[in-house]
Design a protein around this ligand. Structure first.
Ligand code: HAM
Length: 416
């Protein structure tokens, strides 16, 4: 038997139902917030991720799926969605002459070669949003609140952990301070952090291995290195979040795993959990660094596999079942032909209809109707059909009634 690759899973059954529900909910949110859909390729030139996510990040050094295609091009399966969206924004000049915000959203699979565990996969799904052309902290607050309310409305008890990484100068100052601080203690750090001291000192701060060591707890705080402007932006963000009644806390260990961020960043977490359900932040220099105009941006992505795992515990899955309005029962050839015709007519009128299409006995059809939570049964029989009548049974009250074929659609629409 051929089995699925390590770190992947098949989205089926209840998980599949929750995924469909989440996709529909997210699309409804996107509609209300006036976002436009974007789809970018699952694979891109490797260089794109080196220049965006960052050479020294765990994602690029250890986790990307890289290969040469048959034309000897260096290709990488996308580990995240932002880089592709920015590439597309620039390549297609999606900004045109606009001076208002460009608001885009996506829903797709991402690929990271991580050690698999519950909630951490090698193929996973993100729903993400990216907003370009606004440098106002108001858009940070708007974007944070969108993710917060999306998750909270699902019944999840979300805290938004926020931090400021400051502007470019603040980051350089802070990074230098970290290097000065950690260098004399290099042997106390895990082997990854010893490398990070050279390549990406900021990431030592959120190391999962070293996190409880005093050396990390006593490290310099980024808040001491922020410029006045960055501090003001962070204070403003907090006041907006207070006003929007968002449950947040400041957490200076939120430094994010990708290099493109500056200023305000955040993660959506559940109190009980160490894995974030989502994360994002501002990335005001990425568009320009990739060859586009000087255009500020902010966004986030949610880890939908993790959201599904959490919802499995709390959601009433029966509510997600697509209860069938009508189950049409047919046995003889004449009944089957009529069943096909009727089903077509009902479906075109937005009535959810199921039909016996695999030669089940009448008894099995009753069972199938129950499996589909059918509200009404149309029990076809040749005698009724010749008189132009349909025998309708209410599957809850068990009452039966004969309705003329001409009136059946109107009747059912009035009764479901
Ligand atoms: P990220 O924090 O790397 O940010 O990923 C966002 C979310 O994707 C995480 O919080 C997590 O829920 C989920 N995730 C990440 N890796 C895995 C995995 N191996 N298995 C399951 N879920 C995972 C980004 O990707 C940024 N592009 C977000 C962003 C958009 N920033 C600005 N715009």
């Amino acid at each position: 038997m051929i089995t699925k690759p390590k770190g992947t899973y098949d989205l089926t059954g209840v998980n599949g139902k929750i995924y469909t529900y989440l996709s529909n909910e997210f699309m409804a949110y996107m509609n209300n917030y006036n976002y436009e859909f974007i789809r970018t390729p699952i694979f891109e030139a490797s260089e794109l991720f080196h220049r965006t996510v960052g050479e020294g990040t765990d994602i690029v050094t250890k986790e990307t799926y890289d290969f040469k295609d048959r034309g000897e091009r260096d290709i990488t399966l996308r580990p995240e969605g932002t880089a592709g969206v920015v590439r597309s924004l620039i390549e297609n000049k999606l900004y045109g002459n606009r001076n208002d915000s460009i608001k885009l959203y996506y829903n797709g699979t991402m690929y990271r070669y991580e050690r698999p565990q519950a909630g951490r996969y090698r193929e996973f799904i993100q729903f993400g949003v990216e907003v370009f052309n606004s440098n106002d902290v108001m858009s940070d607050a708007e974007v944070i609140s969108l993710g917060y309310y999306f998750l909270s409305d699902l019944g999840l008890d979300i805290t938004v952990k926020i931090n400021s990484l400051g502007d470019a100068q603040s980051r350089v100052d802070y990074t230098n301070a970290l290097v000065d601080y950690f260098k004399p203690h290099i042997n106390e750090l895990c082997s990854d952090c010893q490398k990070r001291l050279e390549t990406n000192p900021l990431r030592i701060i959120d190391c999962k291995v070293d996190k409880d060591k005093d050396i990390i707890k006593n490290a310099p705080n980024i808040s001491d290195y922020l410029s006045q402007e960055s501090k003001d932006r962070f204070e403003k963000l907090k006041s907006y979040l207070n006003f929007l009644e968002i449950n947040y806390e400041v957490d200076e260990s939120i430094v994010r795993g990708l290099d493109y961020y500056d200023e305000n960043v955040w993660e959506y977490v559940l109190e009980s959990d160490s894995l974030a359900l989502g994360g994002g932040g501002r990335y005001n220099h990425l568009v320009k660094n990739l060859g586009g105009p000087d255009m500020p941006a902010v966004g986030f992505a949610l880890g939908i596999d993790r959201v599904i795992l959490k919802l499995l515990d709390i959601i009433d899955v029966r509510k997600l079942d697509n209860a069938v309005d009508v189950y049409i029962m047919a046995v003889s050839e004449e009944e089957k032909i009529q069943a096909l015709r009727l089903a077509q007519n009902l479906r075109l009128n937005n009535i959810i209809t199921e039909i016996n299409d695999n030669g089940l006995s009448l008894k099995s059809q009753f069972k199938a109707a129950d499996n589909n939570h059918a509200k009404f049964l149309f029990i076809l029989n040749d005698d009724d059909l010749q008189k132009g009548l349909i025998n309708v049974k209410d599957n809850v009250t068990k009452e039966e009634i004969k309705i003329s074929e001409d009136e059946i659609v109107d009747w059912i629409m009035g009764n479901i």
